[in-house]
Design a protein around this ligand. Structure first.
Ligand SMILES: C[S@@+](CC[C@H](N)C(=O)[O-])C[C@H]1O[C@@H](n2cnc3c(N)ncnc32)[C@H](O)[C@@H]1O
Length: 380
């Protein structure tokens, strides 16, 4: 519906707008409630109780004082109406203030936070970490900043515009992970958890297609090697290695705990070690087009010709691909705007195509096997 400014709004429209505004403005409460529940150990508590528990059971499991029970109920109500937990049964005597026996259960989302085999709680800790959140208070100032004024923070002169992250923290993100070891560890743990999850789905759905037929793989920007370790485990004949920045490689798991994976410290803008295939998981969305083209050119130099099996495998989002359900479209749009904090971007197919061809590649194939993410194979 299009509103004409001078027309008086009817009451229904006013109230609908009012509702939508509050719903939107309070959305951060969902993230904070989820962070709180995970830090209190509620998904894990439900898991220990076989996936279903009353409020009193949960309070016992997480050693919460009785006085906080009514507040726990409010927390669970938010997370239940938003689909993180579900209600299996509700005794007729229960009410919003009573002590009825509501039985809460895990959903697919909260099972991923229940400290089990697909534990995504390190990703939660990263996405709602204050270091990640605070830059967004300056998003409007970043929009107004230009190369030569940078919101008044560059000290004048024609300094390159700083990312939102740098405006907030004073350092680019990759420098910050070296300076602040605790934040670096939060990022590395989140990426490792995500890699274990993503690689399990890739292996189940298309492992042979994606990783069969190669003798060696280098995971560029591979962090602490969780993705490479998954490939090495599933395909023991594939020689797997990781290239990452020196301060990341220096914190990688010790030799006995890293699977059959070799680590190399280096700069992917300078050199990518030779291999049959290069993996770039969650790397290119951290950079603008020109930097992506530079990285892809280094990858092209590292792999054999297409006839000899050379390829680059990218795990990232293809905006607009996959389901057209609103939750997909909204998650992709949110992720894209989130990536502005480090001058990153999520790309539509035609934007990917442009950088692949500019880097000298001849063809690509999108494999939409990862929900709102995809695997893209790019050929020399
Ligand atoms: C978002 S993380 C992705 C990590 C891993 N691929 C994953 O998905 O779990 C991006 C990685 O790129 C690495 N990186 C950034 N700049 C780099 C550079 N110039 N050379 C090599 N690695 C770099 C970071 O240290 C980080 O580990």
């Amino acid at each position: 519906m299009v509103f004409v400014q001078h027309e008086k709004m009817n009451t229904d429209d006013m109230l609908q707008g009012h509702l939508q505004l509050y719903h939107h403005l309070l959305s951060y409460i969902k993230s904070m409630a989820l962070k709180c529940a995970t830090e209190l150990g509620i998904p894990a508590a439900l898991h220990r109780r076989g996936g279903a528990a009353t409020l009193a059971d949960i309070a016992t499991e997480i050693s919460l004082h009785q006085a906080k029970l009514p507040h726990l109920r409010r927390l669970m109500r938010v997370l239940t109406v938003s689909g993180i937990f579900a209600i299996a049964q509700e005794h007729p005597s229960s009410s919003s203030t009573g002590n009825g026996e509501i039985v809460y259960t895990l959903t697919a989302a909260s099972r991923l936070l229940a400290a089990g085999e697909h534990d995504m709680s390190p990703m939660l800790r990263f996405l709602v970490h204050p270091t990640a959140l605070t830059p967004f208070f300056s998003l409007h100032a970043w929009f107004r900043a230009h190369d030569d004024d940078d919101a008044g923070n560059s000290g004048g002169g024609a300094a390159a515009a700083r990312s939102l992250f740098e405006m907030a923290h004073g350092f680019p993100r990759w420098e910050m992970t070296g300076r602040d070891a605790a934040y670096g560890a939060v990022l590395s743990d989140a990426m490792a958890a995500d890699s274990r999850f993503v690689m399990e789905v890739v292996m189940r759905e298309a492992g042979g297609d994606v990783f069969g037929g190669i003798g060696s793989l280098v995971d560029v920007g591979g962090g602490h090697g969780a993705a490479a370790a998954a490939v090495a485990k599933a395909f023991p004949h594939v020689k797997c290695s990781v290239l990452d920045l020196p301060h990341v490689v220096s914190q990688a798991p010790a030799a006995g705990d890293r699977g059959n994976v070799e680590f190399m410290a280096g700069d992917m803008f300078e050199f990518v070690p030779p291999a049959d295939a290069v993996l770039l998981k969650y790397v290119l969305h951290c950079f603008g087009d020109d930097d992506c083209i530079k990285i892809l050119r280094r990858c092209m130099e590292a792999i054999p010709t297409r006839d000899a099996g050379g390829k680059v495998k990218i795990v990232n989002m293809v905006v607009g691909s996959g389901s057209q359900e609103n939750i997909f479209k909204e998650t992709q749009a949110l992720f894209d705007l989130y990536m502005t904090y480090i001058d990153g971007v999520e790309r539509e197919e035609k934007e990917w195509e442009k950088i692949f061809f500019k880097a000298g590649f001849s063809a690509y194939k999108i494999m939409p096997i990862l929900g709102f993410l995809s695997v893209i194979e790019v050929y020399p």
